[in-house]
Structure formats: C-alpha cells, structure tokens
Design a protein around this ligand. Structure first.
Ligand SMILES: [Zn+2]
Length: 124
C-alpha cells in the first residue's frame, strides 16, 4: 500500500491517503443510532480537505483497490466491504442522483442523499 501511495501520479493519492480515507469512512459511520447520515461536499478541494467528503474518501479507496497487488487488495477489500455495508445501511438513496454529477465520478456511493456540512451534527 505504501508503494502504491508513493508511486501514484494521482494528485489525490499521497503517502497515508489510504489510512486517512479509511479513518474518514469509519468516522462517518461512527455516530451510534439508526438516524440516517448524509455525505456532504467540503468547501475546499485540496487533497487533504476533500477527504472529509466521505464519497471522495471512498473514491480514493476504490482507486487503491484497483491498483493494489492481490494480497493487499484482498485485505483492504474486506475492510472496505464492511464499511460499505454500514454506509448503505446509514445513507438514503438519492432518486435525483443522475441529474447531478459532482466531480464527474460515478461510484454507487455518490448516488446517496446529500446533506449540508453545517447541518450535520446539530439538531436539524
Ligand atoms: Zn484544503
């Protein structure tokens, strides 16, 4: 994984990016309870901040899963599959997803209802 991060020419992949993306994905699903969670865009598109958008974190993990050698891929794949189940359970499908294409990406994790970052933790 370190090799993939170090050698990648993708701007959004940097040393530590996979661990960071995993932490972000886990953190998104962490609040206990059954209330739905809504992914949201971050204001800043730099590679550090943009990982706060859990969908972008999932993009980075997806890129890694495609490039990693088989053993590392299987290992990371198991972790991500577990988080994917949580994500599907905690987010809602977005019936209008096909009308918006943020950042031109089309992973299924982008087709979930989006929220506002400022309304996440509060009482909304
Ligand atoms: Zn930034």
């Amino acid at each position: 994984m370190h090799r993939y991060e170090a050698l990648s020419d993708d701007y959004y992949v940097f040393p530590g990016a996979i661990a960071y993306a995993l932490r972000r994905y886990r953190g998104f699903l962490k609040p206990p309870g059954r209330r739905p969670r809504y992914p949201y865009l971050d204001d800043c598109d730099c590679r550090g901040c943009s990982l706060r958008d859990v969908r972008h974190a999932r993009d980075v993990l997806d890129g890694a899963l495609k490039e990693l050698p088989p053993r590392a891929r299987a290992e990371l794949g198991r972790v991500v599959a577990g988080l994917d189940r949580g994500y599907l359970a905690r987010t809602l499908p977005d019936p209008l997803a096909h009308t918006r294409r943020p950042r031109g990406t089309d992973g299924w994790w982008h087709r979930r209802l989006e929220g506002c970052r400022y309304a996440q933790s509060g009482s909304v």
